[in-house]
Design a protein around this ligand. Structure first.
Ligand code: A3P
Length: 321
C-alpha cells in the first residue's frame, strides 16, 4: 500500500513539474497554475492526492475558504459549538492547541484515505476551490460552510502573512504595490480570489441546504446571530435553555480575537513543526482581526481599482463584497 502511495505521489510531482509556474510574492518556492488556479506545490500535491483518496463521511462538516478570510476564527467557533457538551471553558482543546491544529486541512493533513476524524469531531477544512473538491465530498452529501471577506482586507492580510513568512525565512518580502498587482491579476496561492468565491457562491445557490455562505464582515457585525445560524445549519442548534444560559455568547467570547490571540499557545506555539517550508509560528495567524484595515495600507486609487475589479468579476452573480 505504501509503495502504491509513493508511486502516486511521484506521478503527481511529475505532473506538477510540467505546469506553468511563476516565482512570486518573494516565496522560496514557485507557484504553479493548474486548471486556472494557482498553488504552492505541497498543497497542489495534497489536493491531487485528496481527489483520488479522500473519503468524506455524510456527517462531515467542511469549512471552506480562501486564505486569510477568517478560517481560524470559523474553525474555533464551529469546534467550540460542536464540542460544547464534551468540554467547558477550562477544558476545551482550544486553550492548548491553535485552531488549525484542532480542525485539520484536507489537502494537507488528511489527503489520504481515513475515515477517522481528529478528536472524533467531524470537522475538516480546505482552501481548495469548489471545482477541486474531492468527488466524495459532493457524493456523500456532507455539509460545507464557506467564509469570504472583502478582497481589500483579504489582500492586506495576505500581504502581511507572506511578509512575516519571508522574514522568518530570511528571504526578501516583496513590496506591497508589487504584491497588489499579483493579487489583482489573480496570482496568489488558491487564486484568483474572485473565481474562488464565485465557485462556492454558485454552489450555495444551487444547494443551500448543503452549503452555507458566510461573510467575515457579517460575522464581526453580529457574531452571536451568525454563530446561532451556523450551529443550526450544522445540526447542532442551541436549545432555548442554552440560549437563556448565554452559551452562544460564551463561545463567542472564548473565540474572540482578543481571547484567542492572548493565549500562550497562540503567542508562542508553532504550527506544523518540523514540516519544512510550511512550518510557521502560531501568532502569524492573529494580526488585527479588524474590518477595514485596508485603509491603512492601500491608496485611494488602489482601493478603487480593486473595487472595480470585484464589481466586474461578480457582476450578475447577485453577490456583493
Ligand atoms: P488580519 O490579518 O486582517 O488581522 P485565516 O484564519 O483565514 O488565515 O484569516 C486570518 C485573518 O483572520 C487575520 O486577519 C486574523 O487576524 C483574523 N483572525 C484570526 N482570529 C480571529 C478571531 N478570533 N476573530 C476575528 N478575526 C480573527
Amino acid at each position: 500500500e505504501k509503495q502504491n502511495g509513493d508511486v502516486l505521489q511521484k506521478s503527481f510531482k511529475e505532473m506538477i513539474s510540467t505546469l506553468p509556474k511563476k516565482s512570486c510574492w518573494g516565496l522560496p518556492e514557485d507557484q504553479y497554475q493548474y486548471q486556472s488556479f494557482w498553488f504552492s506545490p505541497p498543497f497542489l500535491q495534497g489536493a491531487l492526492s485528496a481527489q483520488q483518496q479522500f473519503q468524506a463521511q455524510p456527517t462531515d462538516i467542511i469549512l471552506c475558504s480562501f486564505p486569510r478570510t477568517g478560517t481560524a476564527w470559523l474553525k474555533s467557533l464551529t469546534f467550540a459549538t460542536i464540542t460544547r457538551t464534551s468540554y467547558n471553558d477550562s477544558t476545551t482543546p482550544l486553550l492548548s492547541k491553535m485552531p488549525h491544529d484542532v480542525v485539520p486541512y484536507i489537502e494537507f493533513d488528511h489527503a489520504q484515505i481515513s475515515i477517522n476524524r481528529h478528536l472524533g469531531i467531524p470537522l475538516l477544512a480546505t482552501h481548495l476551490p469548489y471545482s477541486f473538491l474531492p468527488r466524495s465530498i459532493i457524493d456523500s452529501g456532507c455539509k460545507l460552510i464557506y467564509i469570504c471577506r472583502d478582497p481589500k482586507d483579504t489582500f492586506v492580510s495576505l500581504y502581511h502573512f507572506i511578509a512575516r513568512h519571508c522574514n522568518s525565512r530570511n528571504t526578501q518580502p516583496i513590496q506591497l504595490d508589487e504584491a497588489f498587482e499579483l493579487f489583482y491579476e489573480g496570482i496568489s496561492s488558491y487564486g484568483p480570489y474572485w473565481d474562488h468565491v464565485l465557485g462556492y457562491w454558485k454552489a450555495s445557490l444551487e444547494r443551500p441546504d448543503k452549503l452555507m455562505f458566510l461573510k467575515y464582515e457579517d460575522l464581526v457585525e453580529d457574531t452571536v446571530l451568525y454563530l446561532k445560524k451556523t450551529a443550526e445549519f450544522m445540526g447542532y442548534p442551541f436549545s432555548s435553555e442554552e440560549q437563556q444560559q448565554g452559551v452562544p455568547e460564551n463561545i463567542v467570547k472564548m473565540c474572540s480575537f482578543d481571547n484567542l490571540s492572548g493565549l500562550e499557545v497562540n503567542k508562542t506555539g508553532r504550527h506544523r513543526e518540523g514540516k519544512g517550508n510550511v512550518e510557521t509560528e502560531n501568532n502569524i495567524f492573529f494580526r488585527k482581526g479588524k474590518v477595514g484595515d485596508w485603509k491603512n495600507y492601500l491608496t485611494t486609487e488602489m482601493a478603487q481599482r480593486l473595487d472595480q475589479r470585484t464589481l466586474q468579476q461578480l457582476s450578475s452573480s447577485g453577490l456583493s463584497l
